[in-house]
Design a protein around this ligand. Structure first.
Ligand code: TXA
Ligand code: MG
Length: 350
């Protein structure tokens, strides 16, 4: 692929400078690619209605063509023409959670190019809760297709340096708007069938959804241990969020975790490996190792969500051979944290 000159533009995340937003919107209108912050992770955006523009997203990321993209909008009226019908439950969900980290799967119209949906009859849509993202969509006057702005298979980017690392020279512009808040991607919820089904756990938890819906299920494929189930969300079948190092997750009560992590660390070191420990505020003092990174506070799992992808990338920088990561409780946002950790570890849990 020919090198592009990637313009890096700093924009205030709270009060975006309109002249800068217009410069970025111009690129989108002309079929170019712009990475921008959202409240979850950075996205790599292009005009969702232009096939060639969307193609350059897949090219820059090295993304498999059958993994469909999320279309980002800034107002509910933009749904018109993009989706076949809006189910009653969608209104309730949009009212409660948009703008925010919830992606909804609708039956789509023909206005959406096939390249976005990987040929599926549905389309994923969300309204991000970030002023830069919303203004960019508004000033482009277009729906913006945007996957996470990382090289396919790598951890999603939660600040502009991650995007620069992965995509500099491959896209037209990177907007630097600081660190993202949630740190994990949006929840993907399929509302095109009878029972709303979570295809990817994320920023909006099942507990949140159950405050407004009578019933919500997880897609069976989320548990990944059952490999003969084909996920409804094509993205879930790919290896993901992978640091260069191998990773294992240690699960149990906190004493067990500390004990097992310490033993494992010695075993791997005896094999001559450079070991990294992904610890928490509650545990890091218990370990003796040169490569301990604190991912967050067990009492505040949102802090772990916010830092997880950055910590995975930090371990790559210090070139560890193996990361031993402490499990967290699979409730609330913990469900999404463990989903990403299990994928990063290829399912290896002790
Ligand atoms: O938070 C987010 O969702 C971020 C920011 C940038 O908005 N975006 C993001 O996009 O994570 P991406 O492309 O990395 O993940 C999109 C997920 C994939 O797992 C994909 O398979 C699924 O959404 N998806 C997209 N369209 C779908 C569809 N029609 N049916 C089922 N799953 C779909
Ligand atoms: Mg992604």
């Amino acid at each position: 692929m020919k090198e592009k000159s990637t313009n890096i533009l700093s924009i205030d995340p709270f009060y975006p400078e309109i002249d800068k937003i217009m410069e970025a919107a111009e690129i989108i209108k002309n079929g170019g690619t712009v990475a921008f912050p959202t409240e979850t992770v950075y996205g790599l955006g292009a005009n969702a209605l232009e096939e060639a523009a969307v193609k350059s997203i897949y090219l820059a990321k090295g993304r498999p063509q059958d993994n469909p993209l999320i279309v980002h909008i800034s107002s509910i009226s933009q749904l018109e023409g993009l989706v076949e019908a809006i189910p009653q439950q969608a209104y309730i969900l949009m009212e409660k959670f948009w703008p925010g980290p919830l992606t909804l799967i609708f039956r789509r119209t023909n206005k959406i190019p096939d390249i976005i949906t990987g040929g599926l009859s549905t389309v994923a849509i969300r309204m991000p809760n970030h002023n830069i993202a919303l203004e960019l969509i508004r000033y482009s006057k277009l729906p913006i297709a945007a996957p996470s702005a990382n090289t396919s298979g790598k951890p999603s980017p939660t600040n502009s340096s991650h995007v620069i690392h992965d995509l500099s020279g491959k896209i037209d512009m990177i907007i630097d708007g600081g660190s993202t808040g949630v740190g994990l991607e949006s929840t993907v919820l399929d509302i095109s069938g009878d029972v709303p089904t979570i295809l990817r756990p994320g920023g909006i938890t099942i507990e949140d959804l159950l405050t407004v819906l009578p019933k919500v299920e997880y897609d069976k494929a989320i548990e990944m241990t059952n490999t003969n189930i084909i996920p409804k969300s094509p993205g879930q079948k790919y290896k993901h969020y992978s640091p260069d190092a191998k990773m294992v997750i240690v699960r149990g009560n906190i004493e067990k975790i500390i004990q097992r992590t310490t033993e494992l660390c010695r075993e791997y070191e005896a094999l001559g490996m450079n070991v990294g420990i992904m610890a928490t505020k509650q545990t890091y003092e218990k370990y003796q190792n040169n490569n301990i990174l604190i991912v967050g506070d067990r009492e505040l799992p949102e802090t772990i969500a916010a830092n997880l992808f950055n910590v995975l990338r930090e371990f790559d920088k210090i070139k560890v051979d193996i990361i031993i990561a402490e499990a967290v409780e699979e409730k609330g946002i913990g469900k999404a944290i463990m989903n990403r950790m299990k994928k990063a570890a290829g399912g290896k849990i002790i």
